[in-house]
Design a protein around this ligand. Structure first.
Ligand code: NI
Length: 165
């Protein structure tokens, strides 16, 4: 049975670690992914990285509108290009959003959590592109607030969050 795990907040050192690579998919990895899904949907959020539940492994789960939900092991950016301004939020920084720069296009590669084979994902100018960069930042110890111009750039959330990562 899957468990909802507590989400770590900014200030927790696990969010600043560089997560370790997963060697191959196995039952323990599948269990972590199941727990991450129920934790993400409970939050609710559109993406979650394993360090956010205190597990310093390179595992992310993403479910954004208009795309099938997917989990990815060892995701990394292969190519990024262009720039755009996005309004971003994070489950580890609850109650706030902030405007930052993200890439226009990204190409990501990672390992399929079932087959262990390499998969590649392309995204352009959408929430998927933003979310891929956001979650890959998480497994490298980076939070979106690192990109803000200053503490004033962090804006309190007034409405219900539409896409927390
Ligand atoms: Ni986040």
């Amino acid at each position: 049975m899957a468990n909802i795990l507590p989400i770590r907040r900014a200030g927790d050192p696990v969010l600043r670690e560089k997560a370790r690579r997963v060697r191959r998919p196995d039952d323990s990895i599948s269990k972590i992914i199941e727990d991450m899904w129920v934790t993400m949907y409970d939050a609710p959020g559109v993406g979650l990285a394993a360090p956010q539940v205190g597990i310093p492994l390179k595992i992310v789960v993403i479910h954004v509108p208009d795309h099938e939900p997917f989990a990815l092991l060892n995701p990394e950016i292969v190519k990024r290009s262009g720039e755009r301004q996005v309004d971003e939020g994070c489950l580890s920084v609850p109650g706030f959003r902030g405007e930052i720069q993200r890439s226009l296009k990204v190409l990501v590669k990672g390992m399929d959590p079932v087959t262990g084979k390499e998969v590649r994902i392309r995204a352009e100018n959408d929430l998927l592109a933003e979310c891929l960069e956001h979650e890959i930042d998480h497994i490298n110890g980076i939070l979106y607030i690192d990109y803000l111009d200053g503490p004033d750039a962090l804006v309190p959330l007034e409405d219900a969050p539409e896409g927390q990562e």
